[in-house]
Design a protein around this ligand. Structure first.
Ligand code: GUN
Length: 289
C-alpha cells in the first residue's frame, strides 16, 4: 500500500483555528491581543514574501502585527536599538528578526539581544539550553511543526529509532531534542556520516533536513517508516520551469514508507502556525509574570 500523505496544510489550518479561538478569549480577558513584531532589513525578495505571509497570518488569528522594514544600509547599532525598544515594549510579546541579515550586521549579536522570553523563533542560546535541559522555553518553529505532523501518523513514537539527517541549530539539533523528549532513540546523521543510506534504512522515523534536493532515495527508507521531509528546494524542470521538491525523492519513497510529508504542503505550512503558537505562549507567560 502506498504511504499516507500527511497533510500539513490541514494540520496547520486546524492549529491556526485553535489559536484564533484562544486569542479571542484571552484578548477579551486581558484587554489586549498578543503582539508579534517582525523586523526585515533590506529587500531580499524571498524574505519580503515570508514577512508578508507572517504579517497576514498574524492578523488572521486576531493578533497585533508590528512590522519594521529597515533599509539595507541600517547599522548594527540601529538594529540593536530597535530590538531593545521592542524588548521593553509591553505590547510586544514576540520578536522575530528575519534572516539572513545584510553582511555588515552580526546576526549572532542581534539574536543574542532579543529577550529570550520574546524569542518566538527559539534561536536564542538560552532557549536552546532550556530545550536541551527540559525547561519551559520557546521551541524553534519548524521542529515543533515536525513533531505535530509526526503525531498525525503515530500515537506514540516512544522506543522508536529516529534518524535526523542534518545538524543545523534551526532544525536538526532542536528536532533531535524533541524526539528524545518523546522517548525516541535518536541518531543525528549528516553529510560526513559513514554509509548514510544504511543509517537511514535503520530509521523507524526519518527526519530529512539537509537542504539537498531529493538526496534521500526510495530504497533508503525502511519499510513502514514515517518520513518527515523538511527540505524546500527549488529546482529547474525539463520544461524550462521550476518546481519545489524536498530532501526526499517522494515518488520513490511512497511504496516504502507508512506515511510521508509532501513538498509542498507538508512541513512548510506548519512553520508560521507554530510561530503564532509561540507568540500565544509568550503572551500567556507575560500575563502570568
Ligand atoms: N529566514 C528563513 N526562515 C526563517 C525563520 O524561520 N526565522 C527567521 N527569523 N528568519 C528566517
Amino acid at each position: 500500500m502506498p504511504a499516507q500523505l500527511i497533510d500539513g496544510a490541514a494540520v496547520a489550518s486546524r492549529l491556526r483555528q485553535t489559536i484564533r479561538q484562544r486569542v479571542s478569549t484571552l484578548s477579551a480577558q486581558h484587554g489586549r491581543a498578543p503582539g508579534l513584531a517582525v523586523i526585515l532589513v533590506g529587500q531580499d525578495p524571498a524574505s519580503q514574501v515570508y514577512v508578508r505571509n507572517k504579517g497576514k497570518a498574524t492578523l488572521e488569528v486576531g493578533m497585533h502585527s508590528i512590522e519594521h522594514h529597515l533599509d539595507a544600509s541600517t547599522s548594527e547599532t540601529e538594529l540593536l536599538n530597535l530590538v531593545a525598544r521592542l524588548n521593553n515594549d509591553p505590547l510586544v510579546d514576540g520578536i522575530l528578526v528575519q534572516l539572513p541579515l545584510p553582511r555588515h550586521i552580526d546576526s549572532q549579536r542581534v539574536l543574542l539581544a532579543i529577550d529570550p522570553n520574546k524569542d518566538v523563533d527559539g534561536f536564542h542560546p538560552i532557549n536552546a539550553g532550556r530545550l536541551m535541559t527540559g525547561q519551559e522555553g520557546l521551541v524553534p518553529c519548524t521542529p515543533s511543526g515536525c513533531m505535530l505532523l509526526l503525531k498525525e501518523a503515530l500515537t506514540s513514537p516512544a522506543g522508536m529509532h529516529a534518524v535526523v539527517v542534518g545538524r543545523s541549530n534551526i532544525v536538526g539539533k532542536p528536532v533531535a531534542q524533541l524526539l528524545l523528549q518523546a522517548d525516541c532513540t535518536v541518531t543525528i546523521a549528516h553529510s560526513r556520516t559513514n554509509d548514510l543510506p544504511a543509517m537511514c534504512r535503520s530509521a523507524d522515523i526519518l527526519i530529512a533536513a539537509v537542504g539537498k534536493p531529493e538526496m534521500i532515495r526510495g530504497d533508503w527508507i525502511k519499510p513502514g517508516a514515517i518520513v518527515i521531509d523538511v527540505g524546500i528546494n527549488r529546482i529547474d524542470t525539463a520544461e524550462g520551469k521550476t518546481k519545489l521538491v524536498g530532501d526526499v525523492a517522494t515518488q520513490e519513497a511512497l511504496p516504502h514508507a507508512l506515511a510521508i510529508t509532501p513538498v509542498p504542503g507538508g512541513v512548510g505550512p506548519m512553520t508560521i502556525a507554530c510561530l503564532l503558537n509561540n507568540t500565544l505562549t509568550a503572551f500567556e507567560r507575560h500575563q502570568r509574570q
